[in-house]
Ligand binder design. Structure first.
Ligand code: TXA
Ligand code: MG
Length: 268
């Protein structure tokens, strides 16, 4: 498949939206990582996302919407706390899991009764969603098991030949996937940590007059997202971890002093 490179200018956004409308796939920038988008209301388009990513079919996709009004179309109902948290952290690196409107977004939900909703803080992403007029189902634009792309060239390297277009936007200023949370009657659960932290969630709840506790999926009672069952973050290079900056500096010095480039490429 030939892949178009598009800019974030309005003419190109219109082209991207019409590709989506015709059940195509478009990679687009967000503030967290690049997303691999499909029309959230087309089961045929969403199916192509799973194929392009080589993603397990039971791992649901987040639906990206432009505002709370659009979010409400995909939710069965938003509780006061859910609407309050969405308003507090959107647009931004924040995904809310809600009970799904049974008539919409079924393919993205991958058989689950819930759906993840997010309003990205990226002008190009918001323009694209508004231009399409519907939600965009989008996982990170990497092939399954590989790191999420945080700039255009990574996204292009992962997805050219597999999608209809890649929008050439700016590098992602967050570079870390969104925080995913779910509200239950008794508490707010963080299913995936991200830039919106537990402390920030607690402060927002206090501000809203809610006394719900926030629990992290690191805790023993909170469930994780389906995606965390699979292999993640597997860069195709060797990685070394250092306990402190001195150890790292010493390893870098050793590399500099090593004139044998083949040995140096394997260390550290
Ligand atoms: O920042 C982000 O969230 C990026 C950008 C593109 O928006 N998207 C992203 O999507 O990271 P993805 O598919 O790579 O990761 C989404 C995670 C997966 O682990 C998936 O299992 C989980 O969210 N998830 C999606 N829908 C869910 C649901 N209904 N219930 C529980 N977990 C869900
Ligand atoms: Mg991902």
């Amino acid at each position: 498949m030939e892949t178009l490179e598009l800019s974030t200018r309005s003419r190109d956004i219109t082209t991207a939206a019409s590709l989506l409308q015709n059940r195509g796939l478009v990679v687009f920038p967000t503030e967290t990582v690049y997303g691999l988008g499909a029309d959230a209301e087309s089961a045929e388009a969403v199916e192509k996302v799973f194929t392009a990513k080589n993603r397990p079919r039971d791992n649901p996709l987040i639906v990206h919407v432009s505002d709370i009004e659009m979010a409400r179309r995909y939710a069965e109902a938003l509780s006061e706390v859910e609407a309050g948290l969405l308003a507090a952290f959107s647009p931004g690196p924040f995904t809310l899991i809600v009970n799904r409107n049974p008539d919409r977004g079924g393919a993205a939900a991958a058989g689950h009764a819930t759906l993840g909703l997010r309003i990205p803080d990226s002008p190009a992403a918001l323009d694209l969603i508004r231009c399409l007029g519907r939600g965009i189902a989008a996982p990170s634009a990497n092939r399954s098991g590989r790191p999420s792309p945080t700039n255009f060239s990574m996204a292009w390297g992962e997805m050219s030949g597999r999608v209809d277009a890649v929008i050439h936007g700016p590098p992602c200023d967050r570079g870390l996937e969104s925080t995913i949370i779910r509200c239950t009657p008794g508490r707010v659960e963080i299913l995936r940590p991200g830039s919106v932290t537990l402390t920030m969630l607690e402060a927002a709840l206090v501000e809203m007059g809610s006394d719900l506790p926030v629990v992290s999926s690191g805790g023993k009672h909170a469930p994780a997202t389906p995606g965390t069952r699979y292999r993640h973050y597997a860069p195709s290079a060797r990685i070394a971890l250092f306990g402190n900056s001195e150890e790292l500096a010493a390893a870098l010095d050793a590399l500099k002093n090593d004139k044998d480039s083949t040995a140096a490429s394997g260390v550290p």
